[in-house]
Ligand binder design. Structure first.
Ligand SMILES: Cc1cc2nc3c(=O)[nH]c(=O)nc-3n(C[C@H](O)[C@H](O)[C@H](O)COP(=O)(O)O)c2cc1C
Length: 331
């Protein structure tokens, strides 16, 4: 929806339950797609072998089931990440499970990874718009025992590989009660090894390389991040997304934590693995701070809810590329 229109519609949308209003907005945008359309600003950036038209992506969770790609692909994003998807469909937590903290431009979600399952998501992705960089995030079913988790990730990786441009193993979902277990370094090592082996096999078989990223938790500290960095490098993980919500919290209050995570990972990785910065990005200054801390790409979710689709061009700002012929300054 255009900026002015979005601001007009916001009081009505914000008077509804947040999950319902999300469904309504997407339905409205599907019926009247011109309301959501934004120009795509070209600021090409090449990261892990992919040229993104601009560095701002839509974060995972907004279109979990890949049901709204026609509309979302017209909103000016440089990429869209669907998911997180699990092998089997699951309902997630009982409603209500999404709450607005309007004065802080924040959300608290306890969705519990509701999604329609890998079969249906892959079916939806077969008709995906092709003029779009598309990532897909995947994880285990909540009911899957932790010692069986790697198999769930493998099922999703294999199915998503042919229909996506990059893949994300989500090991940081904070609201399925298993975050501590998934930050277990032994698990992360075994998962990285297993998924990278599968990716190599699929690369050869399908003659197409799809980068594999890990999405980290903004609640992990140096004690986990330092050894994790060694794991990421050892297994040639293609990129990291820093990071997920903190105990379900997203939006502006998350920014300091997300920035700290990007800074730490920026220092530990020292340019060896690209970083996608995500968490509370809402202004151009936020984005520039993330960039200075080491992020090459950025994603947003909550800022889209509070600011509307115009936020993408606001974040990109004027093109500050230095002129090849700077004006002559006398003196
Ligand atoms: C309602 C909701 C659902 C989300 N679902 C997922 C998900 O399924 N998988 C995932 O990796 N991240 C999920 N996220 C996290 C976002 O991708 C992002 O990391 C987080 O919201 C921080 O960015 P933001 O402050 O710009 O919203 C979800 C966030 C929200 C608000």
């Amino acid at each position: 929806m255009k900026h002015g229109l979005y601001n007009l519609a916001k009081p009505v949308l914000f008077s509804m339950d947040p999950e319902r209003s999300h469904q309504w907005v997407m339905r409205l945008a599907r019926w009247l797609p011109f309301l959501a359309r934004q120009p795509q600003i070209q600021r090409p950036v090449k990261v892990f072998g992919i040229t993104f038209p601009n560095p701002i992506g839509l974060a995972a969770g907004f279109d979990k089931n890949a049901e709204h790609l026609q509309v979302l692909s017209k909103m000016g994003f440089g990429s869209i990440e669907v998911g997180s998807v699990t092998p089997l469909p699951q309902d997630g937590n009982p409603k209500p499970r999404l709450q607005r903290l309007t004065d802080q431009e924040a959300l608290i979600n306890r969705m519990g990874l509701n999604n329609i399952g890998i079969d249906q998501v892959v079916r939806n992705l077969r008709n995906r718009p092709t003029n779009l960089i598309l990532g897909a995030s995947f994880t285990k079913n909540t009911a899957t025992r932790f010692d069986q988790a790697i198999e769930d990730y493998r099922v999703c990786l294999e199915r998503l590989y042919p229909v996506t441009d990059y893949l994300v193993a989500d090991v940081s979902c904070p609201n399925t009660g298993e975050l501590e277990a998934s930050s277990n370094l032994e698990f992360l090592e075994a998962l990285s090894a297993s998924l990278k082996t599968m990716q190599r096999q699929l690369h050869i078989k399908q003659d197409r390389y799809v980068p594999l990223l890990l999405k980290l938790s903004s609640d992990w500290d140096q004690v986990i991040l330092e050894p994790l960095t060694q794991i990421l490098i050892r297994h040639s993980i293609d990129g990291v997304i820093c990071g997920n919500t903190s105990h379900g919290l997203s939006g502006r209050p998350l920014f300091p934590k997300a920035l700290a995570l990007v800074k730490t990972m920026g220092q530990l990785l020292a340019g060896r693995i690209p970083i996608i910065g995500v968490g509370g990005i809402s202004t151009r200054l936020d984005l520039l701070s993330m960039q200075e801390a080491g992020a090459e790409l950025f994603q947003i979710y909550t800022a889209l809810v509070y600011r509307g689709p115009q936020v993408v061009s606001e974040l990109l700002g004027p093109n500050l590329t230095v002129s090849r012929h700077p004006p002559f300054v006398a003196g």
